[in-house]
Design a protein. Structure first.
Length: 431
């Protein structure tokens, strides 16, 4: 287990800690060490990160010693490139693609992909989790989502396990499990008609990402036994992930493809969904977004090689970057590496990020740096070097990054000019 304390490129965020402690990956050329992330708060208030790995799920204590994250426990699972994790009460539910052979058996000359339904794990004591059950209605899944005491399982496509011994008796494109007894999920409904990659829920509405159709699907789930498709809208290339604003008027989508944008949509009238805005990071035309989550008036995005990106969504027709933290500073041609997931629901001072290569991060997004205006080169000083950099931007001798632009634009008029130079000089003279 390794805990690091270092700084990477960031804006309006502060690094708290990083944990790298996966089991040695038997398939490093095929799958990454880490994937999904979620969070859990124990009864005593201790915060835990739940991070998916290539061979199971890690529970990491992030609050007892924020500077030195501690592995609480590990729950083994089918070896896989994908794992997805959600919680309800003191239970953790884990689904997986289950798409790599068991390495122990492989060493013995047997190629066996271990099927896995949805693991049901009691994590009331995160240091001693108990696997209670496995909902075996499917042999693999891509995503799970929990809302209002129901678990939604999506991305299950295999009718049988690799050896043909296990059958997906509960298979649907959208599967709804009742968690009335959270230790024993029970299927109560389902829908089929299009592969859904991910979903988000807003009351009696479920929004589904039809990644292969480049569309969004909207379901009425007021009757969990009979979810019904009520609307669709096109225009989302490789619709991968979605989340709903807290006023229910806007849906935000992320496209997992080259040039994948974040898009905002007015869904106040589902018969006439209107496009509002699109956003991607500076230089992101050849890269991809991944997952999106809303908390208050902020959209938290795990943007693969760009790490965590945070947008102000107060005006969803004008998405504005307000913070970022880059977890992946390596050279790569692969657009799907870097930050896989984000979990902002502990609050902005404990945002979790999972990076496929560099592990678990905890960062402070709000108030970490009250004002970064002026420190353009991030050397922790505001001096003549920053003035020279700003002048080069104005003369177009160099192009600023997102951070450099925000640190230079003192009057926030979205352009760099002599007024910004005057403000910067005044700060230096006052110091």
């Amino acid at each position: 287990m390794i805990c690091l304390s270092y700084s990477q490129e960031s804006f309006n965020t502060q690094f708290i800690s990083n944990w790298i402690g996966s089991n040695e990956n038997y398939w490093p050329d095929n799958i990454s060490d880490y994937n999904d992330i979620w969070g859990y708060e124990a009864e005593d208030g201790t915060l835990y990160a739940l991070i998916g790995g290539w061979d199971g799920t890690y529970i990491v204590n992030i609050s007892s010693d924020p500077d030195s994250l501690e592995l609480a426990s590990f729950i083994p699972g089918s070896q896989s490139s994908h794992r997805d994790i959600k919680t309800h009460q003191n239970y953790m539910y884990v689904g997986t693609e289950a798409n790599m052979p068991n390495s122990t058996l492989y060493e013995q000359g047997e190629y066996f992909i271990e099927p896995q339904g949805i693991q049901v794990i009691d994590i009331q004591d995160p240091y001693n989790p108990v696997i209670l059950d496995e909902w075996d209605g499917v042999v693999q899944s891509h995503n799970v989502m929990e809302a209002d005491g129901y678990l939604y399982v999506i991305g299950s496509t295999d009718e049988f396990s690799q050896d043909g011994e296990s059958e997906s008796w509960g298979l649907d494109d959208l599967i709804i499990l009742d968690l009335e007894d959270p230790s024993n999920p029970t299927k109560v409904g389902g829908w089929s008609g299009e592969y859904l990659h991910d979903v988000c829920i807003d009351g009696d509405l479920l929004y589904g990402c039809a990644i292969y159709a480049d569309e969004m699907y909207v379901f009425d789930i007021s009757d969990k036994s009979n979810p019904s498709l009520i609307s669709t809208w096109p225009g989302i290339p490789k619709a991968h992930a979605c989340w709903v604003s807290e006023d229910s008027r806007t849906v935000f989508t992320g496209s997992e493809t080259t040039g994948g944008h974040i898009m905002s949509w007015d869904v106040s009238d589902l018969s006439n969904v209107e496009f509002l805005d699109a956003w991607l990071p500076d230089g992101g035309e050849n890269w991809s977004a991944h997952n999106v989550f809303v908390l208050d008036d902020m959209l938290y995005i795990s943007y693969y090689i760009y790490g965590l990106q945070v947008l102000d969504i107060t005006d969803p027709s004008s998405l504005e970057l307000v913070a970022f933290y880059d977890t992946f500073d390596q050279e790569t041609d692969y657009i799907y590496t870097g930050a896989w997931g984000a979990f902002p629901y502990f609050g902005s001072d404990n945002v979790l990020i999972s990076d496929r290569v560099t592990g678990l991060y905890v960062v402070d997004v709000e108030g970490a740096v009250d004002d970064q205006h002026g420190d353009i080169n991030q050397d922790m000083e505001i001096n003549i070097m920053d003035v020279m950099i700003l002048i080069n931007f104005i003369l177009e001798e160099s192009i600023p990054t997102d951070y450099e632009f925000f640190a230079s634009d003192f009057n926030e008029d979205e352009r760099l000019d002599v007024l910004d130079v005057i403000s910067l000089v005044n700060i230096i003279l006052q110091n």
